[in-house]
Design a protein around this ligand. Structure first.
Ligand SMILES: Nc1ncnc2c1ncn2[C@@H]1O[C@H](COP(=O)(O)OP(=O)(O)OP(=O)(O)O)[C@@H](O)[C@H]1O
Ligand SMILES: [Mg+2]
Length: 347
């Protein structure tokens, strides 16, 4: 288990101080995969580096598997770090060492015997699918293969926790998928707790159970992945979701959108359906019960874990009173209704 309690981290001091983490509380139960998502500069790397004390928090405590990391220093801290593996965006392999020797390095530093090292390294190379590449050098490997070496190296000291700092950000989508699959196998087969940070919703969707959203050093959301993808509670969460779903109004429509309703305008709305609302014929009821016609501009259905999420951008055609009633009707059926603006009636 990983627990951060009231963790703050400030770089520098005085006028140039950067408050990279502000009173962060996070609990990652043993054996789960937890994602932290946020924009560039939000504090993701700082947060993950505070877990193994590559950065020491300015305030607060960090506990990993019952051991309070923030109380440790020197050799006790080094010992505790053996239980925490870490992988990075740019792999951080030693270019002068071959694959086998890169994976063996942490064991050499721990003073393990050659025979013990061999017994540990070979099965790890097997596990990450690189048994035939043991004698190759990093320059001879693809990005995905390099990350597999880094994963094997991170697992060499038999950690309980694996920290992943943008581990797939330098990889193409297909390779990303195969690395995420490997991380999921590691989580399931070895029971290793994984904390990963990313700026990609796709990564969160494919492998995490829970996700936290970090903004300007503060955790602003913490939810199960299904909940976060169907009902983010902050504006930033909604922006991440909309970017991921790529459901934005056509440019031509955006140009015609007016913020305030006028005497002859229709509202353009973004509807988000989840749960029972996905399988209910609400749009036809809107026409029948509220006398409002719906012109669908864009629509999409996504499956996220065990949930289904429906999205639609639509123009509601009717009088102001009718369209208001229609929106109330939709909201009362658990649809999220966001008015994007108003367009002039064309007919
Ligand atoms: N060693 C440092 N010294 C001073 N400021 C730092 C240091 N490391 C990070 N920062 C600052 O702390 C803030 C958070 O940085 P951090 O690297 O944690 O963000 P991030 O979310 O990982 O961003 P990215 O997605 O770009 O990697 C930023 O304003 C950054 O400039
Ligand atoms: Mg970072």
């Amino acid at each position: 288990m990983i627990e951060l309690s009231n963790v703050s981290k400030t770089y520098g001091s005085g006028e140039s101080a950067v408050h990279a983490l502000k009173d962060v509380n996070l609990r990652v139960p043993k054996g789960t995969i937890h994602g932290v998502i946020g924009l560039s500069g939000a504090g993701k790397s700082t947060l993950i580096r505070c877990v193994n004390l590559l950065e020491r928090p300015t305030q607060g405590s960090v506990t990993v598997d019952g051991q309070e990391m923030t109380r440790l220093s020197g050799s006790a801290l080094n010992q505790a770090r053996h239980r925490i593996g870490m992988i990075f965006q740019h792999f951080n392999l030693l270019t002068t060492r071959n694959v086998y020797d890169n994976v063996a390095l942490p064991l050499e530093l721990m003073g393990e015997k050659r025979s013990v090292i061999k017994e540990r390294v070979l099965p790890l190379l097997e596990m990450v699918g690189l048994a035939d590449k043991a004698q190759q050098y990093p320059a001879q490997l693809s990005g995905g293969q390099k990350q597999r070496v880094a994963i094997a190296r991170a697992l060499a000291s038999k950690p309980n926790v694996l920290l992943c700092d943008e581990a797939t950000s330098a990889l193409d989508p297909q390779t990303t998928g195969s690395i995420l699959e490997l991380l999921r196998d590691i989580n399931q087969q070895l029971g290793i707790t994984i904390l990963l940070i990313t700026h990609e919703m796709e990564v969160v969707k494919s492998i995490c159970y829970r996700v936290s959203l970090i903004s300007n050093g503060a955790l602003v959301e913490d939810a199960e992945v299904g909940d976060f993808f169907t009902a983010p509670v902050t504006q930033l969460g909604r922006e991440f979701l909309n970017d991921f779903l790529q459901l934005t109004p056509p440019k031509e429509l955006l140009e015609r959108l007016e913020a305030a309703p006028g005497p002859a305008t229709h509202p353009v709305v973004r509807l988000t359906f989840s749960g029972d609302a996905v399988s209910t014929p609400l749009i036809s009821r809107l026409a029948r019960d509220c006398n409002v016609d719906v012109s669908i501009l864009q629509a999409k259905v996504e499956s996220i874990q065990d949930r289904t999420l429906g999205l639609m951008i639509a123009e509601l055609l009717g009088s102001e009173a009718q369209t208001r009633e229609a929106m109330d009707y939709l909201q009362s059926h658990q649809l999220q209704v966001e008015v994007l603006g108003h367009v002039q009636r064309t007919s």
